[in-house]
Write a protein of this length. Structure first.
Length: 621
């Protein structure tokens, strides 16, 4: 009988064998203890403080490598060591990750653990890692999950929503906090302010702050609240409102800090309001607030841009005395300021000081030096700077090249300027409008206007922006060569392309037309600009001055009468303009005659007839 049993067992199917082994393994597993739930920190509160990180954490993080087998590796590891990750462990691990794809895979895997469900903290820890397009869908899932809301999770979620400018979700969170009887949080309201500012809803942010200040909200605004609103106002270009908010802060006894001042200083600098930048800087000093190097840089750079180099240097020296190390942008601004004001020796001395102070000049610094050298006619030294920069592997930008091309052009070395212009392309530097304009100006000054026109057409073909300065250079030169119709055609091209003429451009046109006897046409062009919203205040003044300088006083008087007849200016102002134009043109006798005459004052009465005294009577008799 035993032999039969063994034989039957031997004839059993492979499936039966597998089933037998599976049952044996299941019996073994059932004898194992349940998996241990691991937390991210060891409970050693009685031994050490602060809490120590769990030794399981680095091992789990090492398994999160993004490989195809990542999930199966995690399964094997947890089975081998009989552990289950707690929601706190999962949440903490997610906060340690930076790759959104790995984080999403780990989040999904963790949900498959036996007897496990994600806490709100897990969802909240995943959200900051998600790309912007995936965030709304994840938030919708979170809201549908209806997980119990805790204060730490709510505050963390508020920060995430604020950073993404999700105002509607943030308002939902505030309502959910009230429904969960969580205490009203200043952080949550500040997050709402931040979200509104990030979404460019500055008016709404102002209303929220007003509600906080007036007691309509359960929390009062603090320094962070005001700084957030200031950031939004400055970002929207509403600097005046930002200053009003600063005064409001002080009325509420909330003292501004470094961030407050830096926000305002940066906004004023961007608007070119150097006086306010300087005032805020001094206010920081008076209040004993540490002025960061970036603020000092803005003050110095702003002053130097306005040509106030001495004041900029005074701030710089004050910075150095306090032990602050200036950034290379500050040195460059002072060098550029001195160079543009014609004080090249001071610029070069400061350039040497920069190197002695251990601040390495960059291509922008060398560009400022080259600009100053070219402006002073020291083109050879400027070319030496170019060779030095290229020899030391320093990137040379378009500003650097445009300064050199301009300097060579003004020195009459147009062929060298042209070679340098072509060399830019070989060096991988794009030829911008400044470089084109500099070369065209050099060509025009050397009488090579046809070559300048060829360059103008090339500029058009290559898609380089043709600026108002491009047209000013060419129109002025074409009129000088008596190619009036070509100049007028170029003017029409400029208007058709939507390039707005400035005072210098119209001056080039009006001078050319006035000197060629076409004053009426110049006036007609000026009239055509008015409906386009282009008002050139000194246009008539310039035209009268040109005519007087050319000895065409009769035409100047006729133009002056036309201006008054059209009601453009009062006679008294035109009289002053004409007197100054005659005096500058060396025609003092007529200037004195006009000054003592009734012309331009108003009207002369002859018996019962009242008539205006016209400027053309100046030349009668």
């Amino acid at each position: 009988m035993r032999r039969v049993s063994v034989a039957l067992l031997r004839r059993a199917s492979p499936h039966q064998h597998q089933h037998h082994h599976h049952n044996a393994r299941r019996r073994d597993c059932s004898s194992l203890p349940p998996p241990e739930v691991v937390e991210p920190f060891c409970d050693l509160s009685d031994v050490v403080s602060p809490p120590q990180r769990s030794p399981w954490l680095p091992q789990i993080l090492a398994l999160l490598d993004g490989s195809p087998s990542m999930e199966s590796n995690l399964d094997s590891f947890c089975r081998r060591f009989l552990i289950t990750l707690s929601p706190s462990f999962v949440s903490h691990t997610l906060r340690s990750l930076s790759d959104p794809h790995i984080a999403t895979r780990f989040f999904s895997w963790a949900a498959t653990q036996p007897n496990y469900s994600h806490s709100l903290d897990c969802h909240v820890s995943l959200l900051p890692l998600l790309p912007p397009d995936a965030l709304p869908r994840a938030l919708l899932s979170l809201r549908r999950a209806r997980l119990p809301l805790t204060l730490p999770a709510a505050l963390s979620l508020a920060k995430t929503l604020a950073a993404a400018a999700l105002v509607d979700d943030l308002l939902w969170l505030l309502r959910a906090m009230r429904e969960a009887n969580l205490p009203p949080s200043l952080l949550a309201h500040n997050s709402l302010l931040n979200a509104l500012v990030n979404a460019s809803l500055v008016d709404s942010a102002q209303r929220v702050l007003s509600a906080m200040r007036d007691g309509a909200c359960p929390t009062k605004p603090d320094l962070v609240s005001y700084n957030t609103l200031l950031k939004g106002l400055c970002k929207a270009g509403r600097t005046r409102s930002a200053f009003a908010t600063l005064r409001e802060m002080e009325d509420e006894n909330i003292l501004p800090d470094e961030i407050t001042y830096m926000t305002l200083i940066q906004a004023c600098y961007n608007e070119g309001d150097v006086d306010s930048v300087l005032r805020l800087y001094h206010e920081m000093e008076d209040r004993g607030i540490a002025v960061p190097p970036h603020a000092v840089s803005l003050v110095v750079c702003g002053l130097c841009k306005e040509g106030k180099v001495l004041e900029g240097c005074a701030v710089f020296e004050s910075m150095v005395r306090k032990g602050c190390r200036a950034h290379k942008a500050v040195y460059t601004a002072i060098i550029d300021g001195y160079a543009k004001s014609g004080s090249l020796e001071k610029a070069m001395a400061f350039f040497e000081r920069m190197k002695v102070d251990g601040v390495e000049p960059d291509e922008v610094t060398y560009g400022a030096v080259v600009g100053g050298l070219c402006k002073s006619g020291r083109v050879e030294e400027a070319m030496e700077c170019l060779r030095f920069c290229k020899g030391n592997g320093m990137a040379v930008n378009a500003v650097f090249y445009s300064s050199l091309i301009d300097g060579l052009g003004k020195a009459g070395r147009v062929d060298e300027a042209e070679r340098l212009f072509e060399e830019m392309v070989e060096d991988g530097c794009p030829q911008d409008s400044y470089c084109y304009n500099a070369l065209m100006d050099g060509m025009c000054k050397s009488g090579r206007v046809d070559e300048a026109l060829v360059l103008y057409r090339r500029m058009e073909r290559e898609g380089c922006e043709q600026t108002v300065y491009t047209y000013t250079i060419l129109i002025s030169e074409l009129f000088k060569e008596r190619r009036n119709e070509e100049a007028l055609k170029l003017w029409d091209e400029m208007i058709d392309k939507g390039v707005t003429p400035n005072v210098a451009c119209f001056r080039a046109l009006s001078i050319g037309l006035c000197l060629s006897g076409k004053v009426a046409r110049a006036c007609r062009v000026l009239d055509e600009l008015a409906p386009m919203g282009i008002v050139l205040d000194t246009a008539y003044e310039d035209m009268i001055g040109v005519l007087c300088k050319a000895g065409r006083v009769k035409e100047a008087c006729k133009l002056a009468d036309g201006i008054v007849d059209r009601g453009r200016e009062i006679p008294g102002k035109i009289r002053t303009v004409l007197i100054n134009a005659l005096r500058k043109a060396g025609n003092a006798d007529l200037a004195i005659k006009l000054m003592h005459s009734k012309i331009g004052i108003g009207y002369d009465r002859m018996r019962s007839v009242k008539r205006r005294v016209k400027f053309q009577t100046l030349l009668d008799g």
